[in-house]
Design a protein around this ligand. Structure first.
Ligand SMILES: O=C(O)CCC(=O)C(=O)O
Ligand SMILES: [Fe+2]
Length: 499
């Protein structure tokens, strides 16, 4: 049960998120709303008493009902009593209303003319932005006689102290830090292990030339994709500086090189290049038919990525250009606390925001024997091995570059994924019927030896699996004389990938 502290951070109002405090105090909600548990210590009557029949409903249900309302109905409902007024301020409701009318392509804020005429259109909250009113012009009622976890929790989660997680990593969990690696060292010893390269990105021009302010100066009118919206960088920057979101919108753009007109890789005037140690990226044989593989990432403190595995069993590297990121990772077959995976591994349900996962599950997760954690700082690069679970949170506002790749040591995993989980394969153009066949065909042309090696590897894994199965169920004779209906297919190595 959460209890709000009366004394911390003064009287509320404009709170800075307290990133580096190790103490986990819950600041005062700007409207005075308190967690449900506080009602047992309250003297006066609770605002819920004046809500009529609606007050009988659980808060979760009230919120759910309000999700059906349009903006006008929401405003009218919010004006009926103090309790519903507090619900009517929930920015998550307004965010949904805003995104409904302004997804990519029809973004209210994506029109540059509009943007130039009216100046920055982000008004500090989703509600103010939806209604296009200055934040100062919004009503502010005292809600200190409202006790509700549904209303208080998003605020508490968006103000957790991240420093507490990043600064207390047990030695046994710490991710390895290496100055640099050779390709052979990576291929032989490190392709299954997360690590941080500390000295590799220092020579990249982006590490000296880019910061959020500078990107805003140079690309202020260029639209970038941030989840469901395409916004000019200046608008996204405004949003970064002033928002209260529990899960802040994250700029994650795959077309950044084209939009910014920059060169990448081993060509004249490149602003960065992939580290040599990861060797050739075997997905390069697909040319323009390869799935999206590189992204520019920008986000405020507390933004980040909830637990996931990277697509198509690819590996990845993630370089921090500005800011720093806290990573928590688990090997492919782990069961990560608070993360629920469907039987075939295709659906990952992590019903929680990053903040809520940290509050609810971090302590349990940290105690598991295969938990790996680390902080990747500006100028450093983190390696995410194929199939590894990871949650990432920005400790400060920052910029990162990430690239997914297929090293030869994980070729068998990628082939197996494309072959056996076609419904989970992502990022290929729709017209490509069989990414597996296309990849095999291109590997035959470009890397025939590696292809044979990977297919042999898969066969060996399947044989091993088959033997284990036969030992377990005692069907060796039946199966070898053809009486069993069961056949062990190419998919036999699934267990490696699916927790
Ligand atoms: O920087 C981040 O938020 C992590 C990104 C990530 O996990 C990914 O690109 O797959
Ligand atoms: Fe990832």
């Amino acid at each position: 049960m959460l209890l709000a502290e009366e004394q911390s951070h003064g009287g509320g109002g404009n709170l800075d998120r307290d990133e580096f405090s190790v103490v986990d105090s819950i600041p005062i909600h700007p409207m005075g709303i308190k967690p449900l548990g506080n009602q047992y210590f309250a003297d006066g009557p609770s605002a819920r008493r004046n809500t009529g029949a609606v007050g009988q409903l659980p808060d979760e249900m009230i919120l759910h009902l309000l999700e059906y309302l349009d903006a006008t109905s929401l405003r009218k409902t919010a004006s009926t009593c103090r309790f519903l007024y507090a619900f009517g301020q929930l920015d998550e409701l307004w965010k949904t209303l805003f995104l409904d009318i302004s997804g990519p392509g029809v973004s209210k804020l994506s029109s540059q003319n509009n943007h130039e005429e009216k100046g920055p259109l982000w008004k500090g909250t989703w509600k103010a932005t939806y209604l296009q009113i200055p934040t100062e012009a919004q009503s502010k009622l005292d809600c200190s006689n409202i006790f509700s976890d549904v209303l208080h929790r998003p605020f508490a989660c968006s103000h957790i102290s991240l420093g507490k997680y990043a600064s207390t990593i047990p030695v046994s969990n710490k991710i390895c830090r290496l100055s640099d690696l050779t390709y052979d060292e990576f291929a032989q010893n490190w392709s299954d292990t997360p690590f941080i390269l500390t000295d590799c990105a220092q020579a990249w021009p982006v590490c000296h030339e880019w910061n959020i302010q500078q990107l805003d100066g140079e690309f202020s009118n260029v639209n970038f994709r941030a989840e469901a919206v395409d916004w000019p960088f200046s608008t996204y920057h405004e949003y970064m500086l002033r928002n209260n979101d529990e899960s802040p919108l994250y700029l994650f753009d795959r077309w950044f090189a084209e939009k910014m007109k920059i060169n990448i890789g081993n060509q004249e005037g490149s602003v960065y290049w992939p580290p040599n140690c990861f060797g050739p990226d075997l997905f390069e044989v697909l040319g323009t038919e390869r799935p999206a593989h590189r992204w520019l990432i920008v986000g405020p403190a507390h933004s980040g990525s909830t637990f996931h595995k990277d697509p198509n069993a690819t590996s990845a590297w993630n370089a921090v250009v500005q800011g720093s990121k806290y990573w928590i990772m688990f090997p492919p077959s782990s069961q990560v606390p608070g993360v629920f995976v469907s039987e075939d591994g295709g659906e990952v349900t992590s019903p929680l925001s990053i903040g809520e996962w940290l509050l609810e599950f971090h302590a349990e997760a940290r105690g598991l024997p295969n938990c790996i954690e680390g902080v990747c700082k500006a100028g450093e690069i983190l390696h995410v091995p194929s199939g590894w679970w990871h949650l990432v949170v920005n400790l400060e506002a920052g910029i990162a570059l990430t690239q997914n790749f297929v090293p030869k040591s994980h070729l068998a995993d990628v082939l197996s994924f494309l072959k056996n989980k076609p419904d989970q394969v992502t990022g290929f153009k729709r017209m490509i019927d069989s990414p597996f066949e296309l990849f095999v065909e291109r590997l035959e042309q470009n890397y025939p030896d590696l292809l044979i090696e990977a297919l042999d590897d898969l066969n060996r894994r399947n044989q091993k699996k088959k033997r284990k199965w036969e030992e377990a169920v005692g069907t060796k004779n039946e199966e070898s004389n053809g009486t069993s209906g069961f056949s062990f297919g190419f998919a036999g190595d699934d267990e490696e990938e699916v927790p």
